[in-house]
Design a protein around this ligand. Structure first.
Ligand code: FAD
Length: 414
């Protein structure tokens, strides 16, 4: 690991998928590059931990969404990371527990009808809250909202319908056996880095850009900013002169919240490999549980939206306690003994993320293009929130970094 140099041709702020994508794309450009990262590790919202010696846990991103168009798939191949193509169990309910087949079919029909109405409405080009397209009085509305808390990190009342429709879901979702975060770490390994280096101010008033950090000041010809929108929106990273259009765009693209919990499982053979449980039906505040991912002896829980925020606010251990309550209610009280909390995320309380992934507020679908556009040929913007079609994902973030690197290299030649 290198420390902070006094200058570079290109400074990249943030070593998540976007920053690493930008740095890797510039490695043969002839430009000197440095990635400034506030944390003591790379990967950002891609982070794999060994929750137990035999349990890899992706605390952030886990799925290679739209895998047939996902640039991390090829990278995994090059770096010898095994890809698991088992279909996600999201529409199943193991043992039919609390959610029999007939009800599931009704729910899926209601969910698909909602998506169809939303798609048709988006064709008008007028933006509105996705919640407007719930069928009034439909019994499944709370659960459709729960799905939005997993997909968007937010309930539908705060989700732009035009943004929702702009997302490109090819329906193919794979996983990285050793962890998506581990793949990102390997991908980023060759990048020139300064860790524990929090950027506080980007001063672009003078001839060169001055970047103030917790380790001192660096000057650069060009800067690529990849930090999450919430940090731009609440001005914990500042620009001089100020960039109100960027701050407004970032505020229109807040990070919603999704949190994960990993529980060790005794007597795993009693549960199916890659099974699934919804913690409840008929309400929005509920978890979703992946049983024995990759056959590991564990259950991974997922909570989203306002419910996840309330659980985070309740303090460490609240996600695990809620997960165990919901699983025990479905599978029996024996599971209180069989399940042991290993690890849980707190993305809203993470000072360098402040949430999980971006969604556009109603009326703000255009903000992604505003956020992505360069300023004066010197400041460039990447990160998942700037992706036109793969926002909220790791590959969308990586590709946006590559896009910004292309803009930088174009300027350097011109
Ligand atoms: C729980 C959860 C589940 C997810 N599931 C999936 C999934 O299954 N599939 C998928 O594709 N995506 C998923 N995502 C989303 C995915 O992880 C992100 O979209 C992607 O990793 C974002 O990459 P990024 O580079 O844009 O931002 P980040 O990864 O957030 O990188 C930004 C970097 O900037 C650093 N930084 C912040 N402030 C400063 C500062 N002031 N100075 C210097 N550095 C700073 C941060 O520490 C961070 O390393 C999930 C995310 C979460 C939280």
């Amino acid at each position: 690991m290198s420390s902070l140099p006094s200058e570079a041709d290109v400074a990249i702020i943030g070593a998540g998928a976007a920053g690493l994508g930008a740095a890797r794309a510039l490695e043969n450009s002839g430009l000197s590059t440095i990635v400034l990262e506030a944390r003591d590790r790379i990967g950002g919202r891609g982070y794999t931990v060994m929750a137990a010696p035999n349990i890899a846990f992706d605390v952030g991103c886990g799925w290679l969404h739209s895998a047939d168009k996902n640039s991390f798939v090829k990278i995994a191949g090059r770096l010898n990371f095994e890809i698991d193509k088992t279909r996600p169990p999201w529409r199943e309910q193991s043992f039919d527990a609390g959610f029999p087949l007939k009800e599931r079919a009704d729910f899926i029909a209601a969910l698909d009808a909602f998506y169809d109405r939303a798609e048709a409405a988006a064709k008008s080009g007028r933006d509105s809250a996705a919640s407007s397209y719930l069928e009034p009085g439909n019994r499944w509305n709370p659960m459709i909202d729960a799905i939005s808390t997993y997909v968007n990190g937010s309930e539908l009342d705060r989700v732009s319908i035009l943004d929702m429709e702009a997302y490109e879901d090819t329906g193919i979702n794979w996983r990285v056996r050793r962890g998506y975060g581990a793949l990102m770490t390997a991908y980023g390994a060759p990048c020139p880095l300064a860790l524990n280096c929090e950027v506080t101010l980007i001063d672009h008033a003078g001839k060169r850009v001055r970047v103030e950090t917790s380790q001192g000041t660096l000057t650069a010809d060009r800067v690529i900013v990849t930090v999450p929108t919430n940090l731009i929106g609440d001005e914990s990273i500042r620009f001089h002169p100020a960039l109100p259009a960027k701050v407004d765009a970032a505020r229109g693209l807040p990070l919603g919240l999704a949190d994960k919990v990993m529980l060790a499982l005794d007597e795993p053979a009693a549960l199916p490999k890659d099974g699934n449980l919804r913690g409840a039906t008929m309400r929005t505040a509920m978890g979703s549980f992946h049983l024995r991912p990759f056959g590991q002896p564990c259950i991974e829980g997922y909570f989203g939206g306002r419910f996840a925020r309330a659980l985070e606010d309740a303090g460490d251990g609240a996600l695990a306690a809620k997960a165990i309550d919901e699983i025990a209610a479905l599978l029996g009280n024996d599971y209180r003994r069989k399940l042991k909390p290993l690890s849980e995320s707190r993305w809203a309380h993470d000072p360098f993320a402040r949430g999980s992934y971006s969604h556009a507020l109603p009326g703000h679908a255009g903000a992604r293009a505003v956020l992505a556009s360069p300023i004066d040929g010197r400041l460039f913007f990447a990160g998942e929130a700037t992706s036109p079609n793969f926002f909220s994902t790791a590959h969308g973030a990586r590709d946006s970094g590559e896009r910004a690197a292309g803009e930088v290299a174009g300027k350097a030649k011109g």
